[in-house]
Design a protein around this ligand. Structure first.
Ligand SMILES: *[C@@H]1O[C@H](CO)[C@@H](O)[C@H](O)[C@H]1NC(C)=O
Ligand SMILES: *[C@@H]1O[C@H](CO)[C@@H](O)[C@H](O)[C@H]1NC(C)=O
Ligand SMILES: *[C@@H]1O[C@H](CO)[C@@H](O)[C@H](O)[C@H]1NC(C)=O
Ligand SMILES: [Ca+2]
Length: 228
């Protein structure tokens, strides 16, 4: 019995709680297994904002942020559709398509997405540039239990990964708020100035589990090399 309790405690404490400031997750391999599972402090969302930075040279579809519930595997997904060159937020399994963005390879891109269940409007801020505000889904909020995954796209609650939608590259500065950030706060995030960290996912105090080959490394400020 004692051993059992100890094992339970060990498993429960396995989720790391870390300050990842100036760090990044490196996804070095195309696989349908490697991912990071994030522990959120809230499960239900009437509205939300998600921000993240990523760096990749993928020339195919890939997921940047995947939140699934038992009823909607794409309850909140940020997906790059390479064929149509569109960044697509999926909310409650419906998507909005944002084209005309300069999603260049081999550089950091900051992406913030806001959604409100009352108006049903989604907006995507790509490197600080706001998109058109589009209707996706209204009336019902996102209701947990949620599973949030970086590195893979969930076609099921916590699984159903497709190697051809996996992420290869680096991801950093992931924050989730259960409200809509003002444009001023979004600009502060994009410019890496002071901003209010996410109250649901906070990169400075992140709880997560790494599954398979994902590394935590110092963040490279490749966009800020001299002469670039
Ligand atoms: C974090 O999530 C894992 C499942 O991914 C769970 O086993 C663990 O208990 C969670 N940790 C906390 C502190 O909620
Ligand atoms: C992934 O894409 C490759 C190349 O297009 C293809 O050969 C393979 O069957 C795909 N795998 C899956 C699991 O869809
Ligand atoms: C985020 O984490 C930092 C570091 O632990 C903490 O100082 C800050 O209060 C947290 N912010 C929120 C909104 O939880
Ligand atoms: Ca999929």
């Amino acid at each position: 019995m004692k051993l059992f309790l100890l094992l339970v405690m060990l498993t429960t404490c396995a989720a790391k709680h870390q300050d990842l400031s100036r760090k990044m997750f490196t996804f070095p391999l195309q696989t349908n297994r490697a991912h990071v599972r994030l522990n959120a402090t809230a499960q239900d969302f009437r509205s939300l904002t998600v921000c993240h930075r990523s760096f990749t040279d993928l020339k195919r579809d890939h997921a940047l942020f995947s939140l699934a519930t038992p009823t909607h595997s794409n309850d909140f997904l940020i997906f790059w559709d390479d064929k149509n060159k569109e960044m697509e937020p999926h909310i409650k399994d419906r998507k909005a398509e944002f084209g005309g963005r300069d999603y260049k390879p081999n550089m950091w891109h900051s992406i913030c997405t806001t959604w409100d269940s009352e108006s049903g409007l989604v907006q995507l801020w790509f490197d600080g540039l706001p998109s058109t505000r589009k209707y996706v889904s209204s009336g019902t909020q996102i209701t947990g239990p949620t599973i949030i995954i970086l590195g893979q796209e969930q076609d099921a609650h916590g699984g159903g990964f497709d190697i051809n939608q996996s992420f290869v590259g680096m991801i950093a500065d992931v924050h989730l708020w259960d409200y809509i950030l003002s444009s001023c706060e979004i600009q502060n995030y994009v410019d890496e100035r002071n901003f209010t960290p996410g109250n649901v996912l906070n990169w400075s105090a992140l709880e997560f589990n790494i599954i398979d080959r994902v590394l935590i490394e110092d963040k490279l400020n490749i966009n800020q090399l001299p002469g670039v």
